[in-house]
Design a protein around this ligand. Structure first.
Ligand SMILES: CC(C)(COP(=O)(O)OP(=O)(O)OC[C@H]1O[C@@H](n2cnc3c(N)ncnc32)[C@H](O)[C@@H]1OP(=O)(O)O)[C@@H](O)C(=O)NCCC(=O)NCCS
Length: 194
């Protein structure tokens, strides 16, 4: 396993994953304050102050070294426009080598395969250069777009926790999807660049 792993941009066919920057604020605020975007996220729509704090924290997350470390790069199109964010959090290092993956697209960027392409880039990296064994995603099973994405990626539905947590004034279920290194076929479309 290659730890520490320091972030550098990841280029795909249509998208690039790049660190968040201060000038992403307005686009990130529009996304994270949107009630539809946040419907199945753990947080409520965020205020400008909360987004400013999140942006500062996430832009500074540039290294995976020990459990708890995470990356939250921006997804950008060919013109550098902010489309959303990806997430990769190290859950355990040796010997389990497990991480959690996540994704959020701005409303105007959904339904075009951008999350699929971005998630493939992250999984190529996770199972390739970083050398993880297992990557999982957790979601609200009512989040059909996220469920469909897990299925498109070939992730296995491993668990459905019923009324697993009290969230936003109601009991919520949690779905757990996962994929192993030996099950992941690298995609040619993406590559790492310095
Ligand atoms: C979850 C989320 C990231 C999924 O985004 P998405 O755009 O639906 O996902 P994909 O990138 O896989 O795109 C698939 C859609 O793009 C379409 N598409 C268009 N061009 C495509 C292409 N070149 N390649 C693949 N799909 C393409 C597909 O047909 C599909 O459309 P459909 O949903 O009408 O069937 C998005 O709904 C979102 O951000 N939700 C709010 C935040 C959230 O809940 N995050 C997840 C928390 S667990």
């Amino acid at each position: 396993m290659t730890l520490p792993w320091d972030f550098r941009p990841i280029h795909g066919e249509r998208v690039t994953l790049d660190l968040l920057r201060p000038d992403d604020f307005e686009a990130m605020y529009a996304m994270q304050s949107d009630a539809d975007v946040c419907r199945y996220l753990l947080y409520e729509p965020r205020s400008r102050e909360q987004v400013a704090e999140a942006l500062k924290r996430d832009a500074a997350a540039t290294r995976l070294e020990e459990p708890g470390d995470f990356l939250q790069p921006a997804i950008r199109d060919a013109d550098g426009r902010f489309l959303g964010t990806m997430y990769l959090a190290l859950h355990s290092a040796e010997p389990d080598r497990t991480a959690e993956i996540g994704w959020i697209l701005a409303p105007g960027s959904q339904g075009r395969g951008y999350a699929l392409e971005s998630a493939r880039l992250v999984l190529d990296l996770a199972f390739g250069e970083i050398g993880l064994h297992r990557v999982y995603a957790e979601l609200d099973p009512r989040n059909t777009a996220s469920v469909a994405l897990c299925e498109r990626l070939g992730m296995r539905h491993e668990a459905h926790f019923v009324e697993h947590m009290w969230l936003k004034g109601e009991w919520s279920d949690t779905g757990h999807y996962a994929i192993l290194e030996r099950e992941w076929a690298p995609h040619d479309a993406g590559g790492l660049a310095g």
